[in-house]
Design a protein around this ligand. Structure first.
Ligand SMILES: [Zn+2]
Ligand SMILES: [Zn+2]
Length: 245
């Protein structure tokens, strides 16, 4: 029985299934469910973009014009985070990859996502940071999914920068509806009171990097940042794998 299953494992390693995106056969030993050709089409976030939330500006705006500019939302809204660090756009292969990770539990994809993160981290300068904090899932959602994708990503970030990962201090105390179908006003109302800090002392006067898989409307991250600032964090920076344009 054991021999049989390890032989099966070896076969699937040497002859993995087809690429989940283009359906061409995967290269042997590729455990990421996506072929190298598709991975090479990742859309990196390119300037010009908002210097706070990284919202891409129309490519017609010149670099000089945009490099110090904030988008209208960042100019008008009070915000609780300093800025976001984000390597890619949430479309094409990244959208598929994050979807496969989150909803199809293909955690093998993390190794390829880690490669993308490292390529980005090798080229950026981060401010001084004390702790890495993943956006938590409500325990009901965690039970359904079996893992928190933000935690898996935050773990990679913490290992790369040799920072402490704090997993259970920021908590999701209220289950919320999926944000994607709601309009802005409803999203803000929906997320209010969803987060809570258990031990304020741990975050007090600390610079935090709050990590999630993707920044779409920003409502969830903004609310989590607000709660962290209320727990007297000195600064809150954000990191996500991808950003909606
Ligand atoms: Zn492919
Ligand atoms: Zn902005």
């Amino acid at each position: 029985m054991e021999v049989k299953s390890s032989a099966k494992g070896l076969i699937s390693l040497l002859f993995p299934a087809d690429c989940e995106i283009c359906h061409h056969p995967l290269e042997p030993l590729n455990c990421s469910f996506i072929c190298e050709d598709c991975w090479s089409k990742v859309k990196w976030l390119e300037a010009p973009y908002c210097s706070k939330c990284s919202k891409p500006f129309p490519s017609s705006s010149t670099l000089q014009e945009a490099s110090y500019l904030l988008c209208s939302e960042c100019r008008e809204e009070k915000s609780y985070f300093e800025k976001i660090f984000v390597p890619t756009l949430y479309e094409g292969v990244m959208k598929e990859a994050i979807h496969l990770l989150k909803y199809k539990r293909k955690t093998g994809i993390l190794a390829s996502l880690e490669r993308i993160m490292k390529r980005y981290f090798d080229h950026i300068g981060l401010p001084h940071l004390d702790l890495v904090v993943p956006v938590p899932l409500h325990r009901k959602r965690l039970r359904e999914r079996g893992f928190n994708q933000a935690e898996l990503i935050a773990d990679i970030v913490a290992r790369y920068f040799r920072l402490k990962l704090v997993k259970n201090n920021l908590q999701r105390v209220r289950a919320t509806k999926t944000q994607t179908t709601l309009i802005r006003k409803e999203r803000i109302k929906n997320i209010k009171g969803a987060f809570q800090v258990k031990n304020k002392g741990e975050f007090q006067k600390k610079s935090l990097l709050l990590v999630d898989d993707v920044y779409t409307t920003g409502t969830t991250l903004k609310e989590a940042a607000r709660v962290l600032k209320r727990a007297e964090a000195r600064e809150v920076y954000l990191f996500t794998l991808a950003r909606a344009s």
